[in-house]
Design a protein around this ligand. Structure first.
Ligand SMILES: [Zn+2]
Length: 87
């Protein structure tokens, strides 16, 4: 079995989009796109990247642990390693 060329990097980032209260997984590297931009999730939704927390504050999304089960299934199928990410 050869790795798919699509999966050179197999990390997914579990992020909480703007105005949502659940984590979805995305392959978009946090910081690679500006805040407020729409990015696709593994479960084929679109979420907006949140704005960074003020320096020294714990991100409000840090308290959110619920993860989208569809994203979880897909990440598992693709053997992605998940990284919890707060902004
Ligand atoms: Zn999802």
């Amino acid at each position: 079995m050869f790795p798919s060329p699509y999966n050179g990097r197999n990390d997914v980032f579990w992020i909480v989009g703007l105005s949502t209260d659940i984590r979805h997984a995305t392959k978009v590297l946090p910081g690679a796109r500006p805040p407020g931009e729409w990015v696709p999730t593994l479960c084929q939704r679109w979420i907006r990247l949140p704005f960074p927390s003020l320096a020294g504050r714990v991100p409000t999304t840090a308290a959110i642990h619920e993860q989208c089960s569809r994203c979880g299934d897909i990440a598992e199928q693709q053997e992605c390693s998940g990284v919890i990410w707060d902004f």
